[in-house]
Design a protein around this ligand. Structure first.
Ligand code: SDX
Length: 431
């Protein structure tokens, strides 16, 4: 637990309470209110948990004012420039960067688990071809607990470890299968000779009719996208995974719950919604019309890919993604990409507009990612599945931390009840 730093006094009526204060490694102090209801007979009220620390964690730190994101203390900019996704997976799971031998062992274990049980192929056939790949992923990942019974006992550390490796290893295979199924092409098996990101591209774009050679530049861009999305503190989908895990549910069910939550357009679904919005805007001259819609309180339209609960300065991932977008489009020989032009002009105009400046709304991780993924050949429906496969390691690391936390108990928030007071049933003739 963090270091104690005295306490805060709270007076409610004739009751005075001492609430312990703890200091984190970095970031705001926390007020321990665990005894508040028992001693003060009151709840706190915090819809959306804007001021609530739901757990203690050693995995990821975000400073929204500084635009800082650290994975186990390492800045995302350094990892994106010098590391690779599987090394980041090791770091998030075990807390330290691996030695050369540890990396070889980890990569071998993951590589050897990339295939899925052959019967899962039939499982896909129950879906309509035009099902959204996220719907398929939620179903198939949840169904993993029907195939891998020997790694569902969360009390067994070895089974927890096996489930973690299986999820990280198989999620790209499942995402690629969801894509192939949606376009009516045959599934492509993983190849152990390819690295994690290259294997995913091969499973998505190879066809039996001809060889597919993974472009190392695209593989590097894919790998960077995976790293940038790997974890992000207690966001909505991670909190969903933790809450599901707090009941003792098996890891596959918990990750399926995380995928379901990520799908929402306010969260991971924003990358698809953002590219669709940029396409709808179409040309730079239509941007003011959409800026006005985003500012209109009576219009539910929001600039997708803009704003964040925590970042009230730039999202460091968006900066790296923007650089990557320029690099990938250049390398692919895609010049004058109208969507990128609209995105950059929209960002420029928004960041000069009083509404966005006053509300501290900046591009987030979803603003540029879709432009890169579209240039790589992915349809918009695959953007959120790629976010989900990238975030799987973060969900798994947070789930493992939660299951191993002696402080953790089943998550069970209370409420501010504003419904009808107690009343007696009346027969229908008296209503
Ligand atoms: C992700 O939590 C995470 O870490 C998530 C994530 C991760 O890695 O896990 O970073 C991934 O989900 C990124 C966010 C992707 N979503 C979008 O891009 C969708 C568009 N953004 C908004 O829906 C919104 O900004 C949220 C959901 C991201 C944040 O919502 P908040 O913190 O609840 O912000 P808010 O709704 O309180 O907005 C504050 C004000 C409001 O105006 P007022 O009520 O104060 O007048 O800003 C306005 C909002 O109307 N606002 C926007 C806006 N986002 C907020 N106005 C126009 N366009 C926007 N995008």
């Amino acid at each position: 637990m963090a270091e104690s730093k005295g306490s805060a006094q709270l007076t409610i009526g004739n009751t005075s309470l001492d609430l312990p204060i703890y200091s984190p490694t970095v970031g705001p102090d926390v007020l321990d209110i665990r005894k508040l209801y028992a001693q003060g007979d009151v709840f706190t009220y915090d819809p959306g948990f804007t001021s609530t620390a739901a757990c203690s964690s050693t995995i990821t730190y975000i400073d929204g004012d500084k635009g800082e994101l650290l994975y186990r203390g390492y800045p995302i900019e350094q990892l994106a420039a010098q590391s690779h996704h599987l090394e980041v997976c090791y770091l998030l799971l075990y807390g330290e960067l691996p030695s050369a031998q540890q990396m070889i062992d980890f990569e071998t274990r993951v590589t050897r688990h990339t295939m899925v049980h052959e019967q899962m192929h039939n499982f896909f056939r129950g879906f309509r071809r035009d099902a959204h790949p996220m719907a398929t992923m939620v179903g198939v990942v949840g169904a993993m607990s029907a195939f891998y019974h020997d790694s569902t006992d969360i009390e067994d550390p070895w089974q927890r470890e096996v489930a973690a490796i299986r999820l990280i290893a198989k999620i790209p295979t499942i995402a690629a299968m969801a894509y192939k199924y949606s376009i009516g092409q045959p599934f492509v098996y993983p190849k152990n000779s390819l690295d994690y990101a290259g294997n995913f591209l091969h499973m998505c774009f190879a066809v039996p009719a001809e060889d597919y050679v993974v472009d190392p530049i695209l593989a590097k861009a894919m790998d960077r996208i995976m790293m940038l999305h790997a974890d992000h503190e207690q966001n909505a989908s991670t909190s969903t995974v933790r809450l599901a895990g707090s009941s003792g549910a098996n890891p596959f069910a918990c990750i399926a719950a995380g995928i379901a939550c990520l799908w929402g357009p306010a969260h991971g679904g924003a990358n698809q919604a953002c590219l669709e919005m940029l396409r709808e805007i179409g040309t730079v001259d239509r941007i003011p019309e959409y800026i006005a819609k985003a500012k209109d309180k009576n219009d539910p339209f929001r600039l997708m890919g803009f704003g964040h609960r925590v970042y009230k300065n730039f999202d460091p991932r968006a900066k790296v993604m923007k650089e990557s977008a320029d690099e990938v489009l250049e390398l692919l020989g895609i010049h004058d990409n109208e969507t990128l032009k609209v995105a950059k002009e929209l960002e420029r105009i928004a960041l000069e507009d009083e509404y966005f400046v006053s509300k501290k709304l900046y591009p987030n991780v979803d603003f540029y990612s879709g432009i890169i993924l579209e240039a790589m050949g992915f349809p918009t429906a695959m953007f959120t599945p790629i976010f989900a496969l990238s975030r799987t390691v973060g969900w798994v690391a947070q789930w493992k931390e939660m299951v191993g936390d002696s402080d953790q108990k089943i998550g069970r928030p209370r409420q501010l009840y504003t419904g009808a007071p107690r009343r007696d049933y009346s027969d229908v003739e008296n209503r």
